[in-house]
Write a protein that binds this ligand. Structure first.
Ligand code: BMP
Length: 230
């Protein structure tokens, strides 16, 4: 899709049909959708199965359980979703490679799925621990070469730091950036500082006119990146 927007579908006060209508209405306008634990707990595996009928290979269908466990448990967790077509998974980077991320990445690659690692988070508390470990996290990223990373739009200087590291080390990972709208960063902030996609939830899903917000945001992104919109 010709868009830099990933919609985070975390709302739980709608019937499942709302999501189906929402995706059908917006799929021409966004790059992908992200589902997390709120969706799992509210709609269950059946919900994921219903949504999977809409899965195509033009979008990212991101499962965000922020996996942080030993490899066999992470693999068991994603196994059924991989089988029904969800193609991108988010895990924490801090758990390390051996017995953890190496095997997860291997499993996902075998099933044509992508791994995104959280490099830094958008909330302030990320500074307490995660960001202090950033040098180690970046070393893990250098070794594992995940397909993509998550880095915060709320601290764009972090995006720059991470992007520079990727460039210096020839790592072609894409950067997905949350923190736009409800968490305070203006649309376009992350793209301007080097991210590839902005993950946006409530600013879109709680709006009375999600399509308008998406179109306005696409326009902002296009003004930043020009026609090179992918
Ligand atoms: P919202 O735009 O409504 O704030 O949603 C942001 C989304 O990005 C949520 O799904 C959240 O889980 C995710 N996210 C985040 O906010 N900060 C991070 O550091 C990492 C995330 O995945």
């Amino acid at each position: 899709m010709n868009s830099r927007i990933i919609v985070a579908l975390d709302i739980t006060n709608k019937p499942l049909n709302w999501f189906i209508d929402f995706i059908n209405t917006t799929k021409k306008l966004v790059a992908g959708y992200k589902f997390g634990l709120p969706f799992l707990i509210r709609y269950g595996l059946e919900g994921f199965k219903e949504i999977s009928k809409l899965i195509d290979n033009k979008h990212y269908w991101i499962i965000d359980f922020k996996l942080a466990d030993i490899a066999p448990i992470m693999i068991n967790t994603v196994d059924q979703l991989v089988k029904i077509g969800y193609n991108t998974y988010i895990a924490h980077a801090f758990i390390g490679l051996e017995g953890g991320l190496l095997k997860l990445k291997e499993f996902l690659s075998k099933h044509n799925s992508k791994l995104l690692l959280v490099a830094s988070m958008s909330h302030k508390g990320s500074l307490d621990i995660i960001d202090k470990c950033l040098p180690h996290i970046l070393e893990a990223i250098k070794k594992l070469k995940p397909w993509g990373l998550v880095a915060p739009a709320t601290r764009p200087e972090r995006i720059v730091e991470i992007k520079n590291f990727l460039l210096e080390n020839n790592i072609p990972a894409k950067i997905f950036s949350p923190g736009i709208g409800a968490q305070g960063a203006a649309p376009g902030t992350a793209i301007r500082f080097g991210a590839d996609y902005e993950i946006i939830g409530r600013m879109i899903t709680l709006s009375n006119n999600p399509v308008k917000i998406i179109e306005e945001t696409n326009k902002i992104h296009k003004d930043i990146v020009g026609e090179d919109h992918r």
